[in-house]
Design a protein around this ligand. Structure first.
Ligand SMILES: *[C@@H]1O[C@H](CO)[C@@H](O)[C@H](O)[C@H]1NC(C)=O
Ligand SMILES: *[C@@H]1O[C@H](CO)[C@@H](O)[C@H](O)[C@H]1NC(C)=O
Ligand SMILES: *[C@@H]1O[C@H](CO)[C@@H](O)[C@H](O)[C@H]1NC(C)=O
Ligand SMILES: *[C@@H]1O[C@H](CO)[C@@H](O)[C@H](O)[C@H]1NC(C)=O
Ligand SMILES: *[C@@H]1O[C@H](CO)[C@@H](O)[C@H](O)[C@H]1NC(C)=O
Length: 512
């Protein structure tokens, strides 16, 4: 019998270290920092609405993060005196975009309309001016820039030089990349929500990931409940202050790399739908931004008062005690809340008959209302699975629930739907749950279909969770706003943890 002599532990350790080293080098060297050679602009012409439409063709195909989309449509328009839109999508196939009914805005020309029309009104100049912003482009490789008329400053420039740490435009089904050069002394704010150890000013080389999640803000450099892919850029140009903002209206998960002298977006789906707001003051930027995404919702006056909310008020007597104790301590209280403690088995719109009997609750409400106080209850997005539960029955009848794996209903099982929806099943093998590029969601570059509803699950109308993940809370706010306004005919007060660009028009954000 031949005995194999095991390697001494120290050698084994070196051997393992070598393997790890080789693997490490290999895995980083297979993904180049510059992917492909970009696109070239093969035609550009004016549209009847005063915009520009162009066609881009990929220069050299590769398979990093999937095949390139060969033809792209570029659409550019000065939508107002202070707002420029730059939209880039697949020229041949409709792609996911932030739904136009959720966030109303002008649509780019339909793909059919523009394909094959090139040469009708060809553009020969490479600049397209608005009142303050000037769009310009280079054709090969394609890059675009946005300049200010008043001071000549370039505020965005996607063309990459050899020496830049980033490459040209990349457009795949599940990976989109675009960068801009920035002056080193520009101050950027935004790209929320993130836990930022260095404060609200963007800090070079900190990771900024946008993918809505329920995470404790104690974790630094992590994405949080909201997704707001917008930043304001403040510059001192020869002693004069200028502000502008850049919004990338995209709901898919993304990493944004801010390096101080450049910024790169790496997005795992959707399209490039950019908006540039000219400012030049921060207030003007906010005015121009909310003119597009919707003005903040006016709150009822009482909502500006003092609120008390927490989970764990086991029964109505506890709530009554809390209100009473505020009075004893002479702290004015305007609003008292219930988390899901009042519900019957975590079921939305129900009352626990033992701990929150309806007649007693109504008497309590009458009392606090007579003292000028208000009462708010929390609603969870998960609908409990219970055949005797009307909300669940009506949801089934209207076929509104999320589905996974060929029409299987979500929620399934017995508990409240949201406790064991899809994540518990670990459906991580689809290209949606495990996309080729791993965003740094929750600080981990891992498949995204875990710890959330599976991203391969489909919502009403075939919408993929992969695309809609970060706008779920936003769409819930829109629906809640509509329902409450219909019921009372008064300004509703809605507080949401999960927000997106435009949520402020319907609710306000809850920040810890
Ligand atoms: C954008 O960058 C490219 C590459 O460095 C450069 O050639 C071009 O002049 C720049 N455009 C503007 C408007 O700054
Ligand atoms: C309400 O809950 C509290 C705390 O759990 C308990 O001490 C109290 O007896 C309960 N009161 C009623 C009326 O059930
Ligand atoms: C469904 O709801 C009823 C009424 O609240 C409750 O008695 C029952 O236990 C629930 N069933 C399940 C499976 O949770
Ligand atoms: C799903 O995966 C996680 C992480 O690997 C694991 O902790 C969990 O037990 C798994 N759940 C099921 C139902 O397999
Ligand atoms: C991902 O995020 C964590 C912190 O949440 C950070 O430590 C790490 O460097 C990030 N990774 C990348 C590649 O940005």
């Amino acid at each position: 019998m031949v005995s194999s002599s095991p390697l001494p532990p120290s050698l084994l350790a070196i051997f393992l270290a070598l393997i790890l080293c080789v693997v490490g080098v290999k895995s980083t060297s297979t993904i180049p920092t510059k992917i492909g050679k970009g696109y070239s602009l093969i035609s550009i012409e004016e549209t009847p609405d005063g915009g520009l439409v162009g066609h881009l063709q990929v220069k050299q195909k590769n398979n990093v993060y999937g095949p390139d989309i060969p033809h792209l449509q570029l659409y550019v328009k000065h939508e107002t005196e202070d707002r420029l839109k730059v939209h880039i999508t697949d020229a041949e196939k409709q792609r996911w975009e932030v739904p136009y009914n959720l966030l109303p805005r002008e649509q780019p020309p339909s793909l059919k309309q523009t394909i094959g029309r090139s040469g009708k009104n060809p553009i020969t100049v490479s600049e397209y001016s608005g009142r303050e912003l000037i769009f310009s482009y280079t054709a090969d490789p394609f890059g675009f820039a946005v300049k200010r008329k008043s001071n000549g400053q370039t505020i965005f420039n996607s063309s990459a030089d050899q020496s830049d740490p980033y490459g040209n435009l990349v457009f795949k089904d599940q990976y989109l990349e675009i960068s801009t050069r920035l002056p080193k002394d520009a101050s950027l704010y935004g790209l929320g929500e993130n836990t930022q150890p260095h404060g609200i000013k963007l800090y070079p080389n900190d990771p900024y990931t946008l993918y809505t999640t329920d995470i404790s803000a104690i974790n630094l450099n992590s994405d949080l409940y909201g997704s707001h892919p917008v930043y304001m850029d403040l510059r001192n140009v020869k002693g004069v202050a200028y502000a502008h903002a850049v919004l990338l209206l995209n709901s898919n998960g993304m990493d944004v790399f801010y390096r101080g002298s450049s910024l790169t977006y790496k997005v795992i789906g959707g399209v490039f739908d950019f908006y540039f707001f000219a400012g030049p003051s921060p207030l003007a930027v906010v005015d121009q931004y909310t003119a597009l995404i919707g003005r903040p919702a006016p709150m009822p006056y009482w909502a500006l008062g003092f609120h008390q909310c927490r989970w764990g008020y086991h029964n109505l007597s506890v709530v009554e005690d809390v209100v009473e104790n505020y009075k004893k301590a002479q702290i004015p209280l305007d609003v008292i809340w219930n988390d899901d403690d009042h519900m019957d088995g975590h079921k939305d719109f129900t009352l626990n008959p033992n701990n929150y009997p309806r007649p007693k609750l109504l008497a309590f409400l009458e009392k606090i209302h007579s003292q000028g106080m208000k009462y708010i209850v929390i609603i969870d997005p998960g609908i409990g699975v219970n055949s005797s539960y009307g909300v669940y029955q009506r949801g089934l009848a209207n076929d509104v629930f999320i589905k996974y794996e060929e029409g299987k209903q979500c929620p399934t099982g017995t508990g409240p739907g949201w406790i064991c929806c899809l994540d518990c099943k670990n459906i991580t093998k689809t290209r949606w749950d495990d996309p080729p590029y791993k965003i740094n969601a929750s600080g981990l570059q891992v498949p995204i279909g875990f710890k959330t509803i599976a991203t391969s699950a489909v919502h009403y109308n075939g919408v993929l969770e992969y695309d809609a993940h970060s706008i779920y809370g936003f769409s819930q706010s829109v629906a809640t706003h509509k329902a409450l306004q219909g019921l009372e005919g008064k300004r509703p007060f809605i507080l949401s943890r999960s927000t997106f660009v435009g949520s402020g028009h319907y609710c306000c954000t809850l920040d810890w």
